[in-house]
Design a protein around this ligand. Structure first.
Ligand code: ZN
Ligand code: ZN
Length: 255
């Protein structure tokens, strides 16, 4: 049975009781990580998983709360001695930076007991990971970073992706970080389960739209410690979807 495991559910500001963004697709014989924030590895181990069992890591964007745990996770994979290859899917703008961060941690590719493949995420077509079809949609989360990147000579920045996947019969969407809820509303793929960040969206617009789209389960994540949970607590008044306020280490079996 496949499941979704929430390894880290905090927003960008560090929390004293949540790890930062990381979500695991447990597909039985292997796992796919989506983002690897601070504290993700500890929760990954606490759920009984072994680092070498993860074959693919998808990085939606390189804000530290989504990526700072990546070198540490890879260090654990190195220490396991596995020869199972690892593929990292990431925004094109971050390919060189992520490779560089491995060298920064002395995790040189020729020293690793396994091959690492890096692929940039493309929005033009779906891509397949061990039979699961993924699709990426650009969000406006990094609009300001893109502008600053141009003005200050840091290059062409701004790539942050919402990721959808069909897991068994379930159409799953992980919003990652968005500019506004309009980013998610514009995504044409079917959605049964929506894992959506809470920092940059309006819940009162989410509920009616989710019903229109026939969304069955909504998991609200990327939770700041001062997040007002009353809107989520009252969700059943406004939507027929099952609404869950994310906590670290929750898991959900895909039907
Ligand atoms: Zn974030
Ligand atoms: Zn972000």
């Amino acid at each position: 049975m496949s499941k979704l495991v929430l390894l880290g559910t905090s927003a960008g500001k560090a929390s004293d009781h949540r790890a930062s963004s990381s979500y695991l697709l447990d597909l039985g014989d292997h796992g796919i990580l989506m983002d690897v924030g601070d504290g993700a590895t500890r929760h990954f181990l606490a759920n009984g998983y072994a680092p070498e069992w993860v074959t693919d890591i998808i990085i939606t964007h390189t804000h530290a709360d989504h990526v700072c745990g990546l070198p540490y996770f890879i260090q654990q994979r190195y220490l396991s001695g596995t020869d199972t290859p690892l593929t990292i899917w990431c925004p094109q703008e971050s390919l060189d930076r992520l490779r560089g961060s491995m060298a920064f941690g002395y995790l040189f590719p020729e020293r690793m007991p396994y091959d690492t493949h890096y692929h940039d995420i493309k929005t033009t077509e779906p891509w397949s990971v061990h039979g699961i079809e993924f699709r990426a949609r650009l969000t406006t989360h990094l609009k300001e970073a893109a502008r600053a990147g141009q003005e200050r000579g840091y290059g062409n920045l701004g790539q942050c992706y919402a990721i959808s996947a069909k897991v068994g019969k379930t159409a799953f969407l992980y919003s990652a970080d968005v500019g506004s809820i309009d980013d998610v509303m514009g995504i044409p793929e079917p959605i049964d389960w929506l894992l959506i960040e809470s920092t940059h969206i309006a819940l009162d617009r989410l509920w009616p739209w989710a019903d229109e789209r026939g969304i069955k389960k909504i998991i609200i994540t990327h939770i700041a410690d001062d997040f007002d949970t009353s809107g989520v607590a009252q969700a059943e008044k406004y939507t027929s979807a099952e609404v869950v306020l994310a906590e670290d280490n929750m898991s959900f079996d895909f039907p």
